[in-house]
Design a binder for this molecule. Sequence first.
Ligand code: HPA
Ligand code: MG
Length: 178
Amino acid sequence: MAEIKVHDKYFVPWLSEEIIQQRVKEIATEINTDYAGKKPLFIGVLNGAFMFASDLFKNIHIEAEISFIKLASYKGTKSTGQVITAIGLDMDLTGRDIIIVEDIIDTGKTLTEFLPQIRNQQPASLKIAVLLHKPEAMVHPIHIDYCCFSIPNKFVVGYGLDYNGLGRNISSLYQVKE
Ligand code: HPA
Ligand code: MG
């Protein structure tokens, strides 16, 4: 497989579609088992998680719901600093079993600020499913319940992840060429 160019950078093939699909199925199987008899609500975080959330959800065979949100950060007051708000969070989460579906967790900052807003709504449970985790980049440690791949701290594109808007439509993952 050949390298690709996205904007000004070159990327090399890294995780094939087959490997990704196999791992997503494994994670779905774990969730099917862990949530048997329940009706979890998956919350996909746009834009990056759309492909992962779709493939994951197709492999969920228990009763389940899915909804999508977009996280926006804006400047708060001096004391609140950056504030994260969820756009499109229109469901009642009280008493629900929530699974947040993210494309990538690197510093952990966004989720650290956002998760308390979910907890405030008193869900029955709250777990995190993530396609990619960059442990070396983690500044705000977050417990990840379902992780497809732990990866080095290098920029990747494909499978929903972008580089300045491009590359999301590639069905495999590419890593930036050094
Ligand atoms: N690729 C795309 N988007 C990202 C990445 C990455 O490696 N890390 C955080 N957002
Ligand atoms: Mg991005």
